[in-house]
Design a protein around this ligand. Sequence first.
Ligand code: GSH
Length: 248
Amino acid sequence: MAKPAKKAAKGKVVSKPAKTAKAAKVAKAPKEKGPSAAEKNRFTLYGFAGSTSTYTVALMLSLCRHPFSYIHVSLRDGAHKLADYLVKNRYGQVPALRDGQVFLVQSAAILLHLSESLGKFDGKTMLEKARIREWLFWQWDKLAVPVYRLRARNRGFRQFGDEVRVMYDTEAKAALAVLEGELSKSEWIAGKKATAADVGIYSVVRFCPDANVDLGHYPHVSAWKKRIEALPGFATPEQLLPMESRLV
Ligand SMILES: N[C@@H](CCC(=O)N[C@@H](CS)C(=O)NCC(=O)O)C(=O)O
């Protein structure tokens, strides 16, 4: 806010001396404030480039425009089962997120933590908050497991026969039909704007083609996917998850 002009002793208004052209120019173009050192150091994400659960956390941080360091945990070398990693994630899985002094695990729980603590992609009412949790639980219950199992089979990481493949395929399609119905009624899953529920579910839907599940049958889901990809800060797994560690 501009300071009021100073009053002189006799009640006269004394205006400030006029700024030189150079000083005025400097005042007009303030330097853009980058993240502070504390902000930069706050988050470290431990993950693996091919991991969908790591991607969802990286995407959330990117959408929140928050810098983070990234530590590559080599699943191929079994680094996620070593003692120094198990103190970060008791389940021996990626991702883990260091927020200051604490480690957080389970990607859906991390999304909720980020949305609440950064005040972005969070619910604005008790009902919206409850809806976000509901959809994130549903996502793991009904959508993520079949899609991830089918994707892992396609990539040669899991072996199972055709009967099981058909079962997962049916489950994935049933879950997408539920999502299609919901997104035919509203633009976003749990609120009037994008929330952590959209970020979490997007990170599964994105990988449907890798699981041979065709999104062409779900026009509302496909349109919503494009809306997420148009959000400021959106980035792909390739852009966010390198094969080596990256410190900010
Ligand atoms: N529910 C967990 C799932 C994490 C998960 O399945 N991570 C995979 C990579 S995407 C993993 O670490 N797999 C190795 C293992 O389970 O031993 C989460 O959301 O964080």
